[in-house]
Design a protein around this ligand. Structure first.
Ligand SMILES: [Zn+2]
Length: 167
């Protein structure tokens, strides 16, 4: 399920039942996808032919699927869109671009890029790091200065949504 499709889970009405084709149409997925869900444990009304799927059941099934799939990335990981898995980057290919956007006190949003060490695809993620020159943050004077690569700085994942909220 793509992000756009899973966003449509909210259109499922708990109190009604859906035929396979209706559910597929509502979510914008293939009929085969719904049949696969059924094999994966999505319950249909007992004895119903054609299959009827209670909206509430479908909703819970899909929501738990989506949340199970949410992955927390380790600081040195990227989500590779090609492997569809968290991956590390080839070390020499990692770059950090400042976005010029400040996050909270003495932190900035940066764009990290790399290349998947498995499939060589381009990788990208937002991250937060302390602003290298930060005269306005007297709270952390004895912390060792981040080196220029920024790779040893603990990085926090930021979703696209979070970064947009900062505008
Ligand atoms: Zn990959």
């Amino acid at each position: 399920m793509t992000k756009r499709q899973s966003a449509r889970i909210r259109f499922i009405r708990r109190r009604r039942t859906y035929r396979v084709g209706e559910l597929a149409g509502l979510l914008g997925v293939h009929l085969q996808t719904v049949h696969q869900w059924r094999k994966d444990g999505l319950e249909v009304l007992e004895g119903s032919r054609p299959f009827l799927i209670p909206g509430g059941v479908a909703k819970e099934f899909l929501k738990s699927r989506v949340s199970r799939r949410k992955k927390t990335l380790a600081p040195d990981e990227f989500f590779c869109m090609s492997c569809r898995l968290p991956r590390r980057s080839i070390l020499e290919c990692q770059t950090i671009e400042p976005t010029g956007r400040k996050i909270g006190h003495g932190k900035e949003l940066v764009l990290r890029r790399g290349r998947c060490e498995h499939c060589d695809c381009g990788l990208v993620r937002f991250a937060v790091r302390p602003v290298p020159e930060s005269p306005s943050s007297p709270k952390q004077p004895d912390k060792p200065r981040a080196d220029d690569s920024g790779l040893h700085v603990p990085l926090t994942t930021l979703t696209r949504k979070d970064s947009e909220n900062e505008r």
